[in-house]
Ligand binder design. Structure first.
Ligand code: ZN
Length: 412
């Protein structure tokens, strides 16, 4: 049993998915307390009404605000190698093609991941996850997609599964073998798909609990709509729920495909359009924005306000990856979503909690504050959440409670 006391403002985020037009409405309880039992929120409300549990262990929020644990619902956190050389080349004005010609790009990461053991992938990702936890992130989705052979893709998912058991953040695996066509199959993408979609591979993923979702990079330069459809429908037969990297660079029909196959989320959406937004809305697909990626690449943000005005449930994630968004901090990306994509702090709070939970099918348990929900909560050393976003880049996280346990406590 645990009581969190002296909460300046408790942000009672409702359960996701929350439609865009309602994302700015979060009930605030001032001078609040939360009572946690067996990892669940048993009670919350004005502190004056908390009496019976006086003798239970307490966490003093010292007037800070409390929000649900943050959920990073789109990441590529498991990888090897580093691409700062390419980062500098890009700053110097080199194009993507020039960088690829000089040996840079995703192939650098693929090479490093293929050469790394599962143990090494785990060792490299652990400190990343630890830093994410200290920034208030309590659940993370992690994709494969840098092995591009059956064995190395499964190795990545195995690493995610092992990492899940080694640290407090809850991890969710996504099979993204259709990230790009590997060099060996350059002119034969269908042959590559034959391998990664083989029944034996998909049934092993299901039986070993290696992934819940299957993602595909649907783009003219990656997998076109018919091939992406093939990937997602094959995986769906084995219980893997579809997700897509959609409308990032061009409008090739990816988001319409997301709606057609019943994808739980369509992610990126920098170049999405009205028809696609309407299709997602009627299919119940969550729109996942990755503002850190646009920021990092110096390109226009996705039309967040348009998605919100259409009442689409919108989530925000880091897209942490070594090429286009080497940003581990979800709070920083939330600030970018406000400053560059013009979301309000409250909308972005819902986007990184309730709607992020809905994007990974965790909305019945995570991402919200309600009686009976899992007690994943963070205590911030700012009196309200607006202040947290306003003080861009400052680490405001004081304590992290995961499943009712205090797993981070910075001088409380
Ligand atoms: Zn991605």
């Amino acid at each position: 049993m645990l009581a969190i006391r002296n909460i300046g403002e408790l942000n009672v985020v409702p359960r996701g998915p929350v439609g865009g037009r309602s994302m700015g409405d979060v009930e605030i309880v001032a001078n609040a307390a939360v009572l946690i039992r067996d990892g669940r929120i048993e009670w919350f409300g004005p502190q004056a009404e908390l009496d019976a549990a006086d003798d239970c262990p307490a966490l003093d929020a010292r007037g800070g605000c409390v929000i649900p644990g943050l959920i990073d619902c789109h990441t590529h956190t498991v990888f090897a190698g580093s691409r700062e050389r390419e980062f500098v080349q890009r700053l110097e004005g080199k194009s993507y093609a020039e960088i690829a010609e000089s040996g840079g790009g995703i192939r650098v990461t693929v090479e490093a991941v293929r050469n790394a053991s599962c143990d090494e992938l785990v060792e490299l990702a652990l400190p990343r996850l630890n830093r994410m936890l200290h920034r208030g992130v309590t659940t993370v989705e992690i994709k494969s997609g840098y092995g591009l052979t059956v064995g190395t893709e499964l190795k990545m998912l195995e690493a995610v599964k092992r990492l899940d058991a080694l640290q407090p953040i809850e991890l969710v695996g996504t099979y993204l073998a259709a990230h790009t066509t590997p060099r060996e199959f350059e002119d034969r993408p269908d042959d590559y798909l034959d391998l990664i979609l083989d029944d034996s591979v998909l049934s092993r993923i299901r039986e070993d609990g290696l992934a819940e979702f299957c993602d595909v990079f649907c783009e003219r330069t990656a997998f076109d709509v018919p091939r992406s459809r093939r990937v997602l429908l094959a995986a769906k037969r084995f219980g893997l729920t579809p997700k897509l990297h959609a409308d990032q660079i061009t409008q090739c029909g990816a988001t319409l495909l997301a709606a057609e196959v019943g994808a739980i989320s369509a992610d990126h959406l920098e170049n999405t359009h009205d028809k696609a937004i309407a299709a997602m809305k009627s299919a119940g697909t969550v729109g996942v924005l990755l503002p850190g990626c646009s920021f990092y690449l110096g390109v226009d943000q996705a039309p967040a306000r348009k998605l919100l005005d259409a009442d689409l449930p919108v989530a925000v994630a880091t897209d942490l990856n070594p090429g286009s968004s080497m940003i581990e901090s979800l709070p920083l990306v939330m600030s970018i979503a406000c400053i560059q994509a013009k979301m309000t702090p409250t909308e972005v709070l819902v986007a990184a909690t309730a709607n992020a939970a809905a994007a990974i099918n965790r909305q019945d348990r995570l991402g919200a504050i309600g009686k009976g929900l899992q007690a994943d909560l963070i205590v911030l050393d700012v009196p309200n959440f607006d202040r947290c976003v306003y003080e861009h880049g400052r680490d405001a996280v004081r304590a992290v409670v995961k499943n009712g346990e205090v797993v981070v406590n910075k001088n409380l």
